[in-house]
Design a protein around this ligand. Structure first.
Ligand code: GDP
Ligand code: MN
Length: 397
């Protein structure tokens, strides 16, 4: 589950990470109120107005702007709230902005140019350890840095059993070229950041930029946080941070009915039981010249009700040109799944305009095939995996 910048900063701050402070607002009037309060609390004169959407690159899209007085706060908040923000990370339609973060200006115009660094904490699946990835080249696209100057990206592996050790924090500060007060501040910052990632059961914390101010403070100016959904039961307060407006509506619906679903760009809808079989099915669709339109695991109980819910979700996607149902009847009997497909088809009949290929393998597979073949519906059955793929290829041709 992804969070807004302001929510990520709340978590960071609760672990003692120093942040660029701010307040959220949903209207220009509230933005002015927030700016006034922030000035009282922080002494800031200028404010940065930042669109809160689940996408990076907001600055490039006009979603991050500096306001030099309260009138500008009101004007800019008015422009940004309600706009469809298009950034390099959104679709071309963009994302609707419902709220803005009014933040203190931390880039003081002064003699010493502020420094921007990149820092993230994530899981390294290859080593089974956590990893701090960081670079003195922050503020810009880290992908560009990785391509053009890969030696400016450093990594530090952290053993989850020990957590971050003091020498590791010092190494990070050293590699970023810091000394004196800033060096000390950075060791505190990176330690607190790691603890925030670990304590919140996150899968990603990305801070770009981490700022060194001209008075040698280290601040998180941005925060991209992905929490691990499987650990949310341990963090009820974080679970409440979910903003469904930012999520794919079909995926939200699928979650409500208990289906494991991820929307993709292709043209072949998949309905499969078991995540492994679902992945293999997606591979086979690709080999057959199609592109999967989704990942969908209906789970162990592929009964008529679930099959119908799955149909509805797949059919909501206009890109779908064919549906491949690939079910292994281990716990469920294939004939029951086949009956489920037939019943669901009859319920949704007029909504189904694309060919359906069903492959049922396992207990009672023969009975299941008969049931499908005798149903009189526009459903083709297949026995072998390859046969199913060939049929997909044929209907797409
Ligand atoms: P992103 O574009 O979505 O990654 O949003 P960021 O929070 O990273 O902000 C984008 C850019 O806005 C930063 O890289 C800074 O250059 C700029 N910015 C952010 N906060 C301030 C601020 O307090 N003052 C000024 N002048 N610029 C800021
Ligand atoms: Mn950023």
């Amino acid at each position: 589950m992804n969070l807004h910048e302001y929510q990520g900063k709340e978590i960071l701050s609760s672990y003692g990470v120093t942040i660029q402070r701010g307040k959220v607002a949903t209207t220009p009037e509230k933005a002015v109120e927030a700016a006034k309060k922030l000035t009282e609390e922080t002494g800031t004169g200028w404010h940065v107005i930042k669109a809160q959407v689940h996408a990076g690159g907001r600055g490039k899209g006009g979603g991050v702007k500096l306001a030099k007085n309260l009138k500008e706060v009101e004007e800019i908040a008015g422009q940004i709230i309600g706009m469809n923000l298009v950034t390099p990370q959104t679709s071309k339609e963009g994302k609707k902005v419902h709220q803005v973060l009014i933040a203190e200006d931390v880039y003081y115009p002064g003699d010493n140019e502020p420094e921007e660094y990149y820092m993230s904490v994530l899981l390294n699946r290859a080593t089974g350890k956590n990893m701090i990835m960081y670079s003195p080249e922050g503020g810009v696209d880290i992908e560009t840095v990785a391509e053009e100057t890969p030696d400016l990206i450093f990594t530090e592996e952290i053993d989850p059993a020990t957590g971050i050790l003091p020498f590791q924090a010092r190494k990070v500060a050293f590699n970023l070229g810091l000394s004196g007060k800033a060096f000390k501040e950075m060791t505190k910052f990176v330690t607190a950041l790691y603890n925030a990632y670990d304590g919140s059961d996150s899968s990603l914390f990305e801070i770009n930029p981490v700022l060194k101010t001209s008075d040698d403070r280290i601040l998180a100016v941005d925060a991209k946080v992905s929490l691990d959904d499987s650990a949310l039961f341990r963090h009820k307060d974080y679970a409440e941070m979910r903003d469904k407006r930012e999520e794919d509506p079909t995926e939200v619906k699928a979650k409500e009915v208990g289906l494991s679903f991820v929307n993709l760009d292709g043209n072949v809808g998949c309905m499969v039981n078991g995540a492994g079989l679902a992945m293999a099915t997606m591979d086979l669709i690709k080999f057959a010249g199609g592109e999967p339109a989704n990942f969908l695991d209906v789970g162990g109980t592929a009964d008529a009700k679930r099959v119908e819910e799955a149909f509805r979700i797949i059919l909501a996607d206009e890109k779908v040109e064919a549906i491949l149902i690939n079910i292994f009847g281990g716990i469920v009997r294939c004939d029951r799944v086949a009956q489920g497909v037939v019943d669901a088809y009859k319920n949704l009949g007029d909504q189904i305009k694309v060919p359906i290929i069903v492959r049922l393998q396992g207990t009672n597979a023969v009975e299941a095939k008969e049931l499908i073949d005798n149903s009189g519906l526009n459903v083709e059955s297949a026995v072998l995996f390859q046969e199913a793929a060939d049929k997909v290829q044929k209907v797409l041709a």
